[in-house]
Design a protein. Structure first.
Length: 78
């Protein structure tokens, strides 16, 4: 029994319909890239909104130093 086929047709082995056209691949890649970009934007926006929604802690009045305070400058010789 012979295993070779008389009709060794490459169209059956490598059908043209299953291959992706290069422009289709790049379109899919660009869509995936845009989806990743939008997800990252959403994450960044959420992170920044959390960061800026909280008020900054107010320091105690005794700990606050102003650079123009003459009494402190005289005390430390500045």
């Amino acid at each position: 029994m012979c295993l070779r086929c008389a009709d060794d047709d490459r169209t059956q082995v490598y059908p043209e319909a299953s291959r992706n056209h290069p422009s289709e691949v790049s379109a899919k890649q660009s869509i995936d890239r845009r989806i990743r970009y939008m997800r990252n934007l959403r994450k960044e926006k959420k992170k920044l909104s959390k960061q800026f929604s909280r008020p900054s802690p107010v320091p105690e009045p005794g700990l606050r130093l102003s650079p123009g305070d003459n009494a402190i400058n005289r005390k430390f010789g500045l």
